[in-house]
Design a protein around this ligand. Structure first.
Ligand SMILES: [Zn+2]
Length: 124
């Protein structure tokens, strides 16, 4: 099996993510750089049949101090406790951060990332 260097994997993933969401690559990069131990906590890694099929995480609010949003992303959908998602039903920045975190966990633990084409909910 051919292994791409991790940096290249991540670059490709961020590009596909931007494309899938109709976002600017710069904005996706912004979210990627927001992920740090102080701002994102992995709550649970959901494994099934030897692969990581989703993650649950807490994401610190960028604007409000001491506010964390709880987000889950997986093969069948994504949810977040922030207003944008819970009330507006939109794919919020926390869910995008969740996708990035899921991809990184999968890449580091299993050697392969998330295949965005499997996520039907991303296209709706
Ligand atoms: Zn959210």
């Amino acid at each position: 099996m051919r292994q791409q260097p991790i940096d290249e994997e991540i670059r490709q993933f961020l590009l596909s993510l931007a494309k899938a969401l109709g976002m600017r690559v710069e904005d996706v990069l912004d979210l990627y750089f927001y992920v740090s131990p102080a701002t994102v906590r992995l709550v649970e890694v959901v494994e099934q049949g030897g692969e990581i099929v989703g993650v649950r995480l807490a994401v610190k609010s960028r604007k409000r101090t001491d506010v964390w949003y709880y987000t889950s992303v997986g093969l069948y959908g994504a949810k977040c406790t922030c207003r944008g998602n819970a009330v507006g039903g939109k794919i919020c920045r926390h869910i995008i951060i969740g996708l990035i975190t899921w991809h990184m966990s999968s890449l580091l633990k299993k050697g392969r990332g998330v295949d965005l084409s499997r996520l039907a909910w991303l296209k709706s």
